[in-house]
Write a protein that binds this ligand. Structure first.
Ligand SMILES: Nc1ncnc2c1ncn2[C@@H]1O[C@H](COP(=O)(O)OP(=O)(O)OP(=O)(O)O)[C@@H](O)[C@H]1O
Ligand SMILES: [Mg+2]
Length: 388
């Protein structure tokens, strides 16, 4: 295998498959190891640029390619998602994140040009951040852009209650991923680390983490691997270090929240004041939460077209159902006297609402609004406008 021809490779693959079929796992996996090592050599050989590309590409995954299964339960260890099945919408992030992601994609798109100067793009990427910030969507979008299928690891299927089986599953899965041209996606990656809590399983966990480390090391030079976690602290530090790129996805800023609200709004048309108010009230919320708020807003505006108070009602409903997620003072304002709410909207520099904007939300004209606010500022008289 120092100079493998495609025919020789094919023969060895056939032998490996036959051994697997006969249950000769050990021999099959050492043949798989030889195949991977050969791939690696080819890729590292500097005079072999065109081959290095081929080795990266690997075999093409088809709809009927059988994915590895857990031997005890026969549950499949992964799902294949083809680029055509992925929604091509880019997730919305702050410019620094968007730019960083753009760089990763650019490097991969220019793989060949980079390899002529002896550089390979980063092949391992860990994405972490709060639930609902768009991490999974980002991974799929990268796959869509690179036109690569995703091999989505089913971690619940991977972790077996049988001693040694988890490590073997990991091995089989990586062997499979290394053979084909794909992105290996380890979503909710901390699930493997979680087993750690049980003191009874210390030996098994060591084995699992070791298997993971070894396999990540081999794969390092073969294909793109993306790990995703909500709990980076749960990950073993050695596993953590294996990832060349460690990308944190923060909660969205005001402008991004506005853009997310706008993105999910069509076909309903919302005035800019509504989008900004949604962004204002969702400070500290994630994209997934804004998406669900927008859905509620769309329902409300479609059902009660004439009701100009719809947005405030929707926000109150959101604040009630997401009590812990809405900032306490903004939440209190929503349920306070409307005048105080409108005053806060007027005074907030981020929101920067004009009297006309507030009138738009309150369903009144702008002179009524300025009369309210003026009166409230001067005499503190409650003009009797309460929610809804
Ligand atoms: N930044 C964003 N831009 C656009 N849509 C977003 C964004 N963040 C979240 N969403 C919406 O929320 C949905 C859920 O996001 P996603 O599943 O990617 O979150 P996640 O970070 O993987 O969450 P978890 O950690 O819970 O798995 C997405 O399908 C998308 O519709
Ligand atoms: Mg996710």
């Amino acid at each position: 295998m120092a100079e493998p021809t495609p025919a020789l490779r094919k023969q060895i693959e056939r032998l490996r498959d036959a051994l697997t079929k006969d249950g000769e796992e050990k021999q099959a996996s050492s043949l798989a190891g030889i195949l991977i090592a050969a791939e690696r050599l080819r890729e590292l050989a500097p005079s072999r640029i065109e081959r290095s590309r081929a080795s990266l590409l690997g075999e093409t995954l088809g709809r009927n390619t059988p994915v590895p299964v857990d031997r005890e339960t026969a549950a499949s260890l992964a799902d294949i998602i083809f680029p055509t099945e992925i929604d091509g919408m880019a997730p919305l992030f702050d410019p620094t994140i968007t730019q960083a992601v753009g760089t990763i994609i650019d490097e991969w798109m220019n793989f060949e040009a980079l390899s002529t100067v002896g550089i390979t793009p980063a092949k391992t990427c860990l994405i972490y951040g709060a639930p609902g910030t768009g991490k999974t969507r980002l991974a799929y979008w990268i796959a869509h852009r690179l036109d690569l299928p995703v091999l989505l690891v089913k971690l619940d299927g991977l972790v077996s209650s049988f001693l040694g089986t988890t490590a073997r599953n990991i091995g089989n899965l990586f062997t499979f991923a290394n053979r084909y041209r794909c992105i290996l996606l380890l979503d909710e990656f901390d699930a493997i680390a979680k087993v750690r809590d049980d003191p009874q399983e210390v030996g098994e966990i060591k084995r699992v983490v070791n298997a993971l480390l070894q396999n990540l090391d081999v794969r390092q030079n073969i294909g793109l691997t993306i790990g995703i976690t909500n709990h980076p602290k749960l990950l073993d530090p050695a596993v953590w270090r294996r990832f060349e790129i460690q990308l944190e996805i923060p909660k969205p800023s005001f402008e991004v929240r506005r853009a997310i609200a706008e993105h999910f709004m069509p076909p309903v048309e919302a005035p800019d004041s509504h989008l900004r108010l949604i962004a204002w009230f969702t400070e500290g919320s994630t994209g997934a939460e804004i998406e669900s708020l927008v859905r509620t807003y769309k329902k409300a505006t479609t059902i009660r077209k004439e009701d100009r108070h719809g947005l405030l009602d929707t926000l109150r409903q959101f604040a009630t159902l997401n009590a812990a997620r809405v900032q306490i003072d903004r939440r209190a304002l929503l349920f306070d006297d409307s005048i105080n709410l409108f005053k806060a909207m007027h005074d907030d520099p981020t929101l920067g609402f004009s009297m006309a904007d507030i009138g738009d939300i309150a369903g009144k004209d702008k002179s009524t609004v300025s009369r309210w606010l003026g009166r409230q500022a001067n005499a503190g008289i409650d003009c009797g406008v309460t929610h809804g």
